[in-house]
Structures are given as C-alpha cells and as structure tokens.
Design a protein around this ligand. Sequence first.
Ligand code: TMP
Length: 201
Amino acid sequence: MFISFEGIEGSGKSTQIKIISESLQKKGHDVISVREPGGTEVGEKIRKIFLQETTENFDPLTEVLLLYASRKQLDNEIIKPNLKKGSIVIADRFFHATKAYQCYGKGVELNLVEYLHKTLNISEPDLSIYIDINPELSRKRISNRKADRIEQESLDFFSRVQHGYLQLEKESKNFILVDGSKSIEKISGEIDSLIKELLNV
Ligand code: TMP
C-alpha cells in the first residue's frame, strides 16, 4: 500500500504523517515513511542542491530532472522493495508536487512529467491526501523559520501551486482533499476514516 501526502508549506503534512504512521503501526502494520526530494543517500544529496539558494537562474526543467533523479532512486531503493514486502509506504510529497510546483507554478508541460513518470516506470500511490491551505495561512505558519530556495517564492507562485493542486483534485482519481485550516485532531480523524474507507487498512 502506497500513500502520498501533498500540500503547500505549513499545511501540516509532517504532523499528520506522524499521527497516521503511529496509528497504522499500532494496528500491526509495517510502515515506512519517506520524504521528497530525498529519502535515500543519493536523494538527500539532490535535495541539498534543489533547496539551496543559487545566484543563477534555476531552470524549472533542471528542477524536474533533479526531482526525477531523486524519485527514481527512492522508488528503486525504498518504495518498490517495501511494497513488495507488504509494508505500507507513506511519502511526504510525490509526483503531484512536481505537477503543482513545476508545472502549474513554473510553466513546465504536464505531459513531460507524465512521460518521465511512465517511462521511468516509477510506482504510483494508491491514495494521495492533499491538505489544502491558502498561501496567506502558509506564510503565517512558516514565518518563524529560515526560508529555503522554494519557500522564498512569491505569494503569487504559491497561489498558482494551490490552484494546481485543486485542478489535480478535480482530474485525478484517488487524490483526496482535506481542509487544512481545521484542527490537527479533526484532520487526523478525517484521514484515518479515508484510509479505512478507501484502502481497507
Ligand atoms: P519539504 O520537504 O520541506 O516540504 O520541502 C520540499 C520542497 O520542495 C517544497 O518547497 C516543495 C518542493 N518540491 C517541488 O517543488 N517539487 C516536487 O516535486 C517536490 C517533491 C518538492
């Protein structure tokens, strides 16, 4: 079983991933959590390159290729072997993030991402949970931490990313929106029910 979590910065993904992982483990499941970009030795090196500030113009296509280099490695090293063993894999972001950030946010063609994903034969989540908050609330929630290269983008950029996620929700199956402005307990209750209902675990 493969579940991914999506949302803009400060949406509460990490908190919810922790809660659901513990709850699934208590039920006796073997749970593996990973993050993107990163999650492997090679992937964490790519993550540094991806998030560090640069003086150059970072081409959005370079971003996509870095993300897919990291994703391929993560899929080979962690996701596929653990799914094969019957574990539940939970990813903090997966390919919907590339569509939202690089395609809707920065103008890369959606077809390119779909082509790369398919051609590289990368796993697809059984369920993706999108925690929706608006860019203003996101800004407020992350204002006390040092912004990385992506977090330094404008409010306009994050509005395009949010719009992208909302489009993906309309078009994709197994991509479910949860309202991220609700309390942590309310959201985790909803996620718990969704996972029970849709994945029977
Ligand atoms: P995070 O793991 O702390 O959320 O940081 C990852 C950052 O990378 C976040 O700003 C979103 C960005 N990102 C993309 O732009 N595209 C992607 O495909 C992924 C996985 C992340």
